[in-house]
Design a protein around this ligand. Sequence first.
Ligand code: XLS
Ligand code: NI
Ligand code: NI
Length: 492
Amino acid sequence: MYFGGCKGLYAIVKMEAWKFLWLSLTLYLVLNVAIAAGPPTCPADVASDCAPDSGEWKGEFFPGIPKIKYEGPKTKNHLAFKWYNADEEILGKKMKDWMRFSVAFWHTFRGTGGDPFGAATKMWPWEDGTNSVAMAKRRMRANFEFLDKLGVEFWCFHDRDIAPDGKTIEESNANLDEVVALAKELQGSKIHPLWGTAQLFVHPRYMHGAATSPELSVYAYAAAQVKKAIEVTHYLGGENYVFWGGREGYQSLLNTDMERELNHLARFMEGAVAYKKKIGFNGTFLIEPKPQEPTKHQYDWDAATAANFLRKYGLIDEFKLNIECNHATLSGHSCHHELETARINGLLGNIDANTGDPQTGWDTDQFLMDIQEATLVMLSVIKNGGLAPGGFNFDAKLRRESTDVEDLFIAHIAGMDTLARGLRNAAKLLEDGSLEELVRKRYSSFDSELGAQIEAGKADFEYLEKKVKEWGEPKVGSAKQELAEMIFQSAL
Ligand code: XLS
Ligand code: NI
Ligand code: NI
């Protein structure tokens, strides 16, 4: 403003030298104060070093990124939704209510791109390289700006990714309380956790397991940690609580008492249920099956194994399952298979939305970008009547080689669009009805009187033998698999 026009310049030239110097100095000071008082922002570019220390920072973390809006399939804007239109109704329900998307704090804000062979590739501009409480709080602010810009109302966390571990459990709990208090403030009334969980796999004390550790003091420590994690999830208004047993399993059966470990695991779950009821937490408890990694064999191998565990120990009414697509494929199933197994057992509670790589044998946690897979996933979700109080948690991370801050947005947008597209396709298929009709026809012989008797458990083997003698050799029809695939493809 001062040097804004020709008039201003002319006046300065006419000024005496000392006055000019004095004016420049004042101006310099005024500008400096003004800059220091404004909220610092962080250019969305990893090369910028704008976080030299871990002081609290309330500026903008993603200054170049607008609020993400729906622009429709034709848009060329990669920072817009093409298929996910939050308030649009599909089969009588808003898209956002079908999806209930959630950002996974650990991948999005703690993921470094490091792998077993290489160092971190991502050092986000707001990170100062420490694991301090101040840094944790700053990161929490980044999380809420991210959620707000993406238009997502849920987030998921492990206790130890949001706040640093302390030297004692009291110190760890105090750290967690400090960060959680800020999260509660930043959440406002619209945002809350889809679920919380305890990280029972990073610390060396858990190397033999947590609830299944042969060491009693570790079992107790895990119980204390889960107790606290349930408390903070409850405090933040979390709708679910997850148990993923990454170290609950064995490396060798020669040194393992599997029966005793499984009994301990069941006691642990009973303890958690009792505590949840005691404090009035109404969120759903979810078990997240995974067959292996990091442990060679994990007890919650897949949906059917987890269901059997819950039934055996009388816990089936207290839990549902959190199905992760990448875990499904690791267990030799498709994601669709795991979702259907959970659904028909009344256990489909939540989905960890990700996918693996067919050529890589581990949990690569990629964003789900396959429209066909998304359509199959959404067929199960619609048949389940939605997932609420569960939803879709993006347990997915950027590739090691994706290092721009905007990639965090692009990945989530593409993941949300893919599932939204899956929802649209699945709705089309169900409205069209031919696939369901094909399945119905395939079983139509059971729609007879005898079929009803069999299904009701009222046809004994002697009676069935009599019918076989009367009918002779059965006539078996076509499965129509290719027709089913053709119908399915036509909806994509
Ligand atoms: C790891 C799991 C983990 C859980 C939460 O493979 O997916 O991230 O979702 O502990
Ligand atoms: Ni997961
Ligand atoms: Ni996983």
